[in-house]
Design a protein around this ligand. Structure first.
Ligand SMILES: C[S@@+](CC[C@H](N)C(=O)[O-])C[C@H]1O[C@@H](n2cnc3c(N)ncnc32)[C@H](O)[C@@H]1O
Length: 457
């Protein structure tokens, strides 16, 4: 493929800031798109980079929910005069095909962190009257959109008179933020107390690099939000959950307006709602601590939100023999009581959950496949360098770690691991690296509720 490297401005939505670059990098790696940073990741809502083709920019945007829009950058300056000087010096052979008589056009003006009147916008547009544009204006559906962005900083209470930065170029495409609305929980048929919101579900599917035809598992599937997102990107999806009532749509409804569950509320109904029923394999009532899969099962991605024991029980099958001692291997020896037997459960600690998840992922992911999951954190306990305390496995490499702040005290981190080696031999055992109980749910629960109580008083 011949490369036609161009300079692009990638403008992000101003939310989930910590997830932008990991999402971008995941999508680039998914499609094998090279990128050269000109102004790389920072606290600013944009980056400037060179990409090898317009198609690659469109591919990137077709998956990204962090990206608002991509603009082929023709001029960029710190002052208005500087911007026009740069634009006047821009090679005309790069713009002439967009300015020809057969191409309709429109100019849009965006002032980041500042509201201006329509009259002011028109004045700014008129300043570009030196451009040799021959085509007609078309405001509703133009062939070419020229885009002026003025950046006034990030502080709504301290907006400067003049912008800090100005950008002008050709709008190439928007990101896929409409998908957030399409998959919104507000309109979802089957949701529960812990359903993952659509934006984060999509981010997780992107972190999992889910591609059409991939096999994707959520071992703590709940209402299947992550399967919906993976299904949207063409993944074939599977899930397990220990809660029979959940998978059979018989738990208490979580919508205030709903008294009882509708007939047919299920993960399957959600997949049908979003026209990806053909990607639905099944969901099974099963304990993730006792994997039921054949050893030959190979997955492309595992994306999941394990229970923290705050809003849902974190349990596994087992029997408490006496306090502190659990028999997780218990078996029913008498056949006649097997039918209809409801196994007893014990607490499934986060430490154990991560241990089991990493081990399962190392065994069942393809090489290059990804495991994506959340870990709850007490913020005061997580400092720079705490990454070393995160769960680890020799065959899995941590490739992204993004924080979502939940409160002044707690947050959760989305961890993305890639399988980089095959399991082979006893030294591949999982190291949970969570000594000291920092990432244990007992400790997290205690801290979480303690902090809540302190902030209430
Ligand atoms: C945080 S919720 C997942 C929510 C899900 N992502 C959604 O969008 O609805 C965690 C789920 O794990 C399930 N769970 C708890 N212990 C489990 C276990 N041992 N094996 C499988 N699922 C379990 C719970 O029933 C709960 O539905």
């Amino acid at each position: 493929m011949t490369h036609l490297w161009r300079r692009y401005l990638l403008w992000f939505a101003n939310e989930h800031v910590n997830f932008r670059i990991p999402e971008l990098e995941s999508i680039l790696s998914m499609y094998d798109i090279p990128l050269r940073w000109l102004e790389g990741p920072s606290a600013l809502p944009y980056v400037i980079a060179e990409l090898p083709s317009e198609e690659s920019v469109k591919l990137l945007a077709s998956r990204s929910v962090s990206l608002r829009c991509a603009v082929e950058l023709w001029a960029r300056a710190k002052t208005r005069d500087g911007l026009h000087e740069e634009m006047k010096a821009f090679p005309s052979e790069r713009t002439s095909s967009y300015f020809s008589a057969d191409k309709s056009f429109r100019v849009t003006v965006e002032t980041f962190c500042k509201t201006i009147s329509q009259k002011e916008k028109v004045e700014k547009i008129e300043e570009f009257s030196y451009l040799p544009i021959e085509g007609p204006v078309n405001l509703s559906d133009p062939d070419v959109i020229l885009h002026l962005i003025e950046y006034y900083g990030m502080e709504p209470n301290n907006i400067p008179e003049k912008p800090y930065d100005l950008f002008f170029g050709r709008w190439v495409c928007d990101g896929s933020r409409d998908l957030i609305c399409k998959l919104s929980l507000k309109k979802r048929r089957f949701i529960g107390n812990t359903s993952m919101d659509s934006q984060l579900s999509i981010l997780m599917a992107n972190q999992g690099k889910v591609m059409p035809g991939d096999l994707v598992l959520d071992p703590f599937v709940g209402t299947g939000s992550l399967l919906v997102a993976a299904g949207q990107f063409g993944g074939f999806v599977l899930g397990t959950d220990i809660d029979f009532l959940m998978l059979h749509g018989k738990t208490r409804p979580s919508r205030i307006t709903q008294k009882k569950r509708e007939v047919g509320e299920s993960v399957k109904a959600n997949m049908e709602q979003y026209s990806c029923l053909d990607k639905y394999l099944d969901v099974i009532v099963a304990d993730c601590a006792l994997p039921l899969w054949k050893s030959s099962l190979v997955l492309d991605a595992i994306i999941t939100d394990p229970p923290y024991g705050i809003r849902e029980a974190a349990e596994r099958i087992g029997r408490a023999v006496k306090p502190g001692e659990e028999d997780v291997e218990y078996r029913i020896s008498e056949e006649h009581i097997l039918a209809g037997h409801v196994p007893s459960k014990v607490v499934y600690s986060l430490k154990q959950i991560f241990h089991d998840l990493l081990r399962f992922a190392a065994d069942h992911l393809k090489l290059g496949g990804r495991l994506v999951f959340w870990i709850p954190i007490i913020r005061s306990e997580y400092q720079d360098g705490s990454e070393g305390d995160l769960p680890k496995h020799k065959c899995l490499t941590l490739v992204a770690n993004s924080e979502q702040v939940l409160s002044a005290h707690s947050s959760r981190r989305l961890l993305t691991y890639e399988k980089t080696a095959e399991v082979g031999g006893s030294e591949d055992t999982c190291e949970s690296g969570v000594e000291g109980g920092r990432f244990d749910n007992k400790a997290f629960r205690a801290c979480y509720f303690n902090q809540l109580r302190q902030s209430d008083t």
